[in-house]
Write a protein of this length. Sequence first.
Length: 317
Amino acid sequence: MINLKNFTIIIPCIRFNDVRQTIKKIRKIYKNIKIIICLNYLKSSNKKLKNVKFIITESQSIAEKRNLSVNLCKSKYIIFLDSDAYPDKNWIESASKFLLRKKNCIIAGPHIDPPNQNEEEKIIGLIKKSFLITMKPKLQKQNNEKPQYVSFLPSANWFLHRKFFNSMGQMDNRLLRNEDWDFVYRMSKKNFKLFYSPRSVVFHENSTIKHFIKKRYVYGFHMWPILKQLNPENYYFFLPLFFLLFLLSFPLCYIIDFYFLIYFPILFVYLTTVLLETLRWCYNIKSFFKMFFVLILANLSPGFGILFGFFDFFKKK
C-alpha cells in the first residue's frame, strides 16, 4: 500500500478553467493527494480547495511554472501532469513500484485518448497515433507495450524523485516549449534514463483541428533553443523544416531540367504514405477526407513554425 502523502501532483496552466475538470477527475480517484497549480490568472473565489495550492506567476514558461511548484513542494516524489489530462485508476500505484527501484530515473506513462470524444476530437486522437505525427506512438498513445527503458516520452505524465529533479538543475526557465526534451537530453549526458510504465495511464484531451494545427506551429516556432544543441537525436526535428523547404522548391522544376525527376517521385512517396496512414486510422469515408488533409497540415505546420522561429530566435540574439 503506497503512502499518497509522499506524492504531489504539479500542473502548469494559464487560468483556473484550464484545470477545473482535471482537479475534479483526480479527486474521483485520489481524494486527498496534494496538488500544486501554477498559473497566470486566478479569481479569489477559486482559491479555497482542499489540498490544492495555487501559485500565481507572470511567466508563460511551463518549465518555470514547474520549477516554482517544485520549490514549494516537500513531498518525496513529484508528478508532472498536463492541465488537459487526467488519470486512470491505479495511475500512481502502477508507477510507484518502479519509483522504489529506480531512483535516478523518470517513470513515464502513456497519454491516451479519453473514452468519450466528439468527431473532431476523435479525428485528432487518431491522427496522433500516426508515426507521421507522434514520436513512438505505440508508447505514447497506446499502453500495450512492455515496461522498458526509452530515450524520450513527453512530460504530460512523469513521475520522479524531487531530489533527483533538483539535482539536475530543474528545467530550463528560458524555454517556452520543449523543456522536457531539454531535461531528458541533460539526463542522458549523465547516463540517466526514462522508464516506461504502460499501466500508468492518463487520458489526454484532444481539442479542435484549428487548435491542433496552431499548437504544432507554436511547437516548431519555439524549437530553435533545442535545435542548436549538438544532440544527434535533434535531427529528427529538422524533418518538417526540410520537407517544407523541399515543397517550396517547386519553381526549380522550371529552372533545372532534371529537378522534376527528383521532386515528383519524392512528393508521390510522401502522399502515398499519408494515404496509407489515413486508410489505417480512418473509420468512415467522411473521416478519411478530413484526416488526409489534416495529416498534411499537421506535417507542414511545425515546419512553418521552425522557419519563422529561426528569424525570431536569431533576431533576439
